[in-house]
Write a protein of this length. Structure first.
Length: 224
């Protein structure tokens, strides 16, 4: 699956240049001109990495804000101003940046930095996901509930595996649609809800089973 990048760059010419070349190199790119717009996109679209032009936005991403639900650990690369000095670089790292790229931006260097940060941020995926009563084996694509094998379709399996990675965490609908189906711009769709409903029916083998829990207005988690 292609990595999604949020490019928060106020300078139109630079933003268009980077968007065009990053897309040509296989990235999904979301553009933002203002901090508020960038924060809304980070929360809604859950990008894999954020490119920011200002330290204040980097700080806000790391600190979070009341009532907001974005991933505060999202990798951040700061595109430093032309007049940046070593002190500015240190301050960027103190604000939580994963890397700093100086201007004028050398595109090939930027892409190499992006890929390096994404590699560091990507956790190793376990072959077997043990969520207590539910165990998922990625290698054999087998799912067992209390030892009983359950047959799932391809997308049902991927949805189950995604939820089982952090079984008590609530995954937002946009996040699941992005990571399981590859949707970037999410409109009105019943795809996730219909798959979640079928997955729930297949996993709940007993009357007191509560799996694939719908958290109203937010998304789903595997365990109640």
């Amino acid at each position: 699956m292609r990595s999604a990048l949020l490019l928060a760059e106020p300078e139109p010419e630079t933003r268009r240049y980077l968007e065009r070349h990053l897309r040509d190199d296989g990235f999904e790119v979301l553009g933002a001109t203002r901090d508020r717009e960038a924060l809304e996109l980070v929360e809604r679209a859950r990008p894999d990495l954020v490119l920011v032009a200002g330290l204040d936005l980097c700080r806000r991403l790391r600190e979070g804000e009341p009532g907001r639900r974005w991933n505060r650990s999202v990798p951040v690369i700061v595109l430093a101003p032309r007049e940046a000095d070593p002190v500015d670089r240190v301050r960027a790292f103190e604000k939580g940046a994963d890397d700093v790229v100086e201007r004028p931006i050398m595109y090939l260097e930027l892409v190499a930095r992006i890929r390096a940060v994404l590699r560091r941020a990507s956790p190793e995926t376990a072959d077997v996901l043990d969520a207590g009563k539910i165990v998922i084996d990625r290698r054999t694509r087998q799912v067992r509930v209390r030892g009983v094998a359950v047959a799932l379709s391809g997308k049902e399996f991927e949805l189950a595996a995604k939820l089982a990675g952090e079984p008590t965490r609530v995954f937002t609908k946009d996040e699941l649609l992005r990571d399981v189906w590859g949707f970037r711009s999410v409109g009105r769709t019943r795809t996730l809800d219909s798959h979640a409903s079928r997955l729930r029916r297949k996993l709940c083998l007993a009357a007191d089973d509560h799996f694939v829990v719908n958290v109203w207005g937010v998304g789903y988690r595997l365990l109640d």
